[in-house]
Design a protein around this ligand. Structure first.
Ligand SMILES: Nc1ncnc2c1ncn2[C@@H]1O[C@H](COP(=O)(O)OP(=O)(O)OP(=O)(O)O)[C@@H](O)[C@H]1O
Ligand SMILES: [Mg+2]
Length: 350
């Protein structure tokens, strides 16, 4: 039995379906991300789990109990909202202790748990400050402390790091993940940031138009996205349309704009398919030594890597190369382009 189960959950607003036929089983202690573009139904799904919205159809079970229509305060859930409004007239310690006071936890235990939690989020020395005297990252940690101090069995986080700049955000991702490991609380994170979902989650549920597009471990769904949407949402992919010219065993030859590409997989001879290869799987070699030649249109230095756009008979190719510390081929140069055969995949057939 899973800790949390969403079974055929749908949510309809008027005649628009915000969430459609959503199924998800979450195990105890797991960290799951709901990842998808704006408007795909992430917050709606989280609100139904929290009890702020009722599903139009379907059921939500927690620990095997039907909680579909249970009141929010009976679900034992800690929440960090996207706009994590702290109480401005309360100190950090009072903000964190508020939920315990509501639950009528005694004064001494309250003091103890607030201290422990502040230590966990590394805010001990800020206990007596007011929110307005904190940085964005520190406020974010107060919001997190407020959610976990009540020791919920389920932690729901809706874009909790969206207000932070890139650097602090990355640090907070690691901290949040460490805290989650330490506390062991089952966690569902809503984000539209694929890097964040990949960095933090045990599994990611990719959502598109209210539906689950893909569910799996980050590496698994990055390497085997299954569909075009997931593939493009998790990083980028060079896509080529072509026709299968030959099939032998589990390898097909695909004619894409006159270029014959060898691809692992099955598709009938004569069928039209789309194949794709990720930018970081492509290597640049000397002209004439690759699968095709291409001309470097742009080369951008990004610190850890080089980002290229090449012109080739396959169309524009995005390529990223790791910066190995030496200058690489520049704009205007003709290069060879190659990739290992396992790196190119079949995406769509028919
Ligand atoms: N109370 C409501 N009444 C009518 N439509 C709603 C309501 N709440 C959400 N919707 C619609 O449901 C869809 C899903 O909304 P939701 O807030 O779940 O998206 P989201 O994935 O969280 O997006 P974002 O990343 O922008 O926060 C949207 O099309 C939205 O307009
Ligand atoms: Mg939202």
């Amino acid at each position: 039995m899973s800790f949390l189960s969403l079974k055929n959950v749908s949510k309809q607003y008027g005649d628009s379906l915000a969430v459609q036929d959503f199924n998800l089983n979450v195990e105890k202690g797991e960290f799951i991300s709901l990842l998808g573009p704006s408007g795909c139904g992430k917050t709606t799904t989280l609100n139904m789990i929290a009890g702020f919205e009722e599903p139009t159809t379907g059921t939500i079970e927690i620990s095997g109990k039907d909680m579909t229509y249970a009141a929010p305060n009976t679900r034992d859930i800690g929440i960090v909202f996207q706009s994590y409004a702290l109480f401005p007239h309360m100190t950090v310690a009072e903000n964190v202790g508020f939920g315990l006071e509501m639950r009528r936890v005694g004064k001494e235990e309250r003091r103890q748990r607030v201290l422990e939690t502040l230590e966990l989020v590394r805010l001990t020395q800020f206990a007596d400050r007011f929110p307005k005297a904190l940085s964005g990252g520190q406020r974010q940690r107060v919001a997190l402390a407020r959610a976990i101090v009540i020791k919920p069995q389920l932690l729901l986080l809706d874009e909790p790091l969206s207000a932070l700049d890139a650097k602090i955000r990355e640090r907070m991702q690691i901290e949040l993940r460490n805290i989650q490991h330490e506390v062991g609380v089952t966690t569902i994170l809503v984000t539209h940031d694929q890097a964040e979902a990949m960095a933090m989650s045990d599994r990611i549920a990719v959502m598109n138009f209210g539906r689950m597009a893909r569910l799996g471990a980050p590496f698994e769904i990055y390497e085997q996205p299954g569909d075009l949407f997931t593939s493009n949402f998790l990083g980028s992919t060079n896509m080529f349309d072509g026709e299968v010219s030959e099939q032998a065993g589990d390898v097909v030859m695909v004619n894409c704009s006159g270029v014959e590409l060898s691809v692992q997989g099955n598709a009938a001879k004569g069928s039209k398919i789309t194949v794709g290869v990720r930018p970081e799987k492509i290597a640049l070699v000397e002209a004439g030594l690759g699968l095709i030649d291409a001309k470097i249109k742009t080369r951008i230095f990004m610190g850890t890597r080089w980002a290229y756009q090449l012109e080739s008979s396959l169309g524009t190719l995005d390529v990223t190369l790791q910066n190995a510390g030496h200058e690489v081929a520049g704009e205007g140069v003709i290069v060879g382009v190659t990739w290992p055969r396992h790196a190119i995949r079949i995406f769509a057939e028919g």
